[in-house]
Ligand binder design. Structure first.
Ligand code: GRF
Length: 186
């Protein structure tokens, strides 16, 4: 399957996908970010579909169409979200039914949303983890494909805990994408 990756951040999860041997057709980013450098270093085209606004004026529907166009121009069949900071409109998931995957830094359904690591720390849980799931219009609520627990250690802050979780994501996400593409999951 032709794989497209959506990213906004440091691109370490993207790098783990590329390093796993999975062929990535295109990377789409929503802002200038290090994920673009990771794509370029791997010889993968990176398309910047820049958000015009982060406020109330943001036109999510139009933005979603622009992301879709970038993916379809590269004939993408499967999408992997790897730390993408924009919630896409429902039309995106209609265009790729059950063909959008996401990795999330908590054991869903606990701690949905962008602040999962901070909220796990604030709740005082002793174990959190990571979840790979099929992404749907209902954010962080689609069918779960794989999960792995990660301990919260004394003295952790959001950065140390997130890094421990990401170390697992960098193994579990590529592995799960491969199994999904082979039809072994869910
Ligand atoms: C990962 O923890 C992912 O689950 C979350 O964003 C992070 C992306 O990490 N949604 P990076 O920018 O690829 O290092």
């Amino acid at each position: 399957m032709r794989l497209g990756v959506l990213a906004s951040g440091t691109g370490t999860i993207l790098r783990s996908i590329v390093d796993s041997g999975l062929a990535v057709t295109v990377v789409v980013v929503d802002r200038p970010c290090r994920a673009t450098d990771v794509a370029q270093a791997a010889g993968v085209p990176a398309v910047l579909v820049e958000r015009a606004s982060f406020g109330a004026a943001f036109d999510r529907e139009t933005y979603t169409k622009q992301v879709l166009t970038a993916l379809l121009e590269h004939r993408v069949e499967l999408v992997a979200i790897a730390g993408f900071g924009t919630i896409l409109a429902a039309s995106f998931f209609d265009a790729f039914p059950d063909r959008v995957l996401n990795t999330h830094p908590s054991l869903l359904p606990a701690f949905k949303g962008w602040h999962a690591v901070e909220e796990a720390l604030a709740a005082g849980v002793k174990v959190t983890g990571t979840t790979v799931h099929i992404a749907t219009a209902d954010v962080d609520a689609g069918p779960i494909l794989a999960q792995e627990a990660v301990p919260v250690l004394p003295g952790d802050d959001a950065a140390t805990l997130h890094e421990r979780i990401k170390a697992v994501e960098r193994r579990l996400y590529p592995e799960t994408i491969v199994r999904f593409a082979r039809g072994e999951l869910p």
